[in-house]
Design a protein around this ligand. Structure first.
Ligand code: HEC
Length: 152
């Protein structure tokens, strides 16, 4: 019941975030055309992908990691300085592999595509910008790109 209400609010938050960044998004879209972003700081995933990830996060992760990714009980935060100090400069491929160990009682139950979608929602929640191209699910691309947090 409240589940859907919360989700609607969160989705709106993404939409207004895009609104605020619309101009920058258009400008970088013109520059990068169809090339994949080189860095998560340059818009490495789309809004649609992050919204897909949000749905999966609400189904499979929310109960332990929390609506604001602050962590609940023993489950650590998935956003903020603590998470950044663990994952900054780590390849996204490593983070996807970590996500695939989750939930702890059902490891490897998500497909790789689903894990990458959830990753993009985590990236968005850590303040990283939306882009024009979906984040690629190939290990090759994800091994080259590292987790970064935007400068405060
Ligand atoms: C039943 C509770 C539970 C669920 C559900 C769950 N997690 Fe976790 N998660 C944990 C716990 C506890 C840890 C730390 C200990 C461990 O690794 O098992 C953790 C650790 C993590 C880490 C490592 C964090 C760090 O600081 O390095 C990531 C990333 C993560 N979870 C993502 C997810 C994602 C994504 C989902 C949904 C697909 C999910 N978790 C579902 C309990 C949970």
């Amino acid at each position: 019941m409240t589940f859907f209400k919360i989700r609607a609010v969160q989705t709106r938050a993404i939409v207004s975030f895009v609104g605020a960044c619309g101009l920058a998004g258009v400008a970088s879209g013109v520059l990068s055309q169809s090339a994949n972003a080189a860095s998560v700081l340059e818009g490495a995933f789309t809004e649609e992908q992050a919204v897909r990830g949000q749905t999966l996060y609400y189904q499979h992760c929310l109960q332990c990691h929390g609506e604001t990714m602050a962590g609940v009980d023993k489950a650590p935060a998935l956003a903020g300085p603590q998470f950044g100090s663990t994952w900054n400069n780590a390849p996204l491929a490593a983070l996807v592999e970590r996500i695939q160990t989750m939930p702890p009682d059902k490891p490897a139950s998500l497909t790789r595509e689903q894990s990458v979608d959830i990753l993009t929602y985590i990236l968005w929640y850590n303040g990283l910008p939306l882009g024009e191209q979906e984040l690629d699910t190939s290990t090759e691309v994800l091994a080259r790109m590292t987790f970064q947090t935007p400068a405060p």
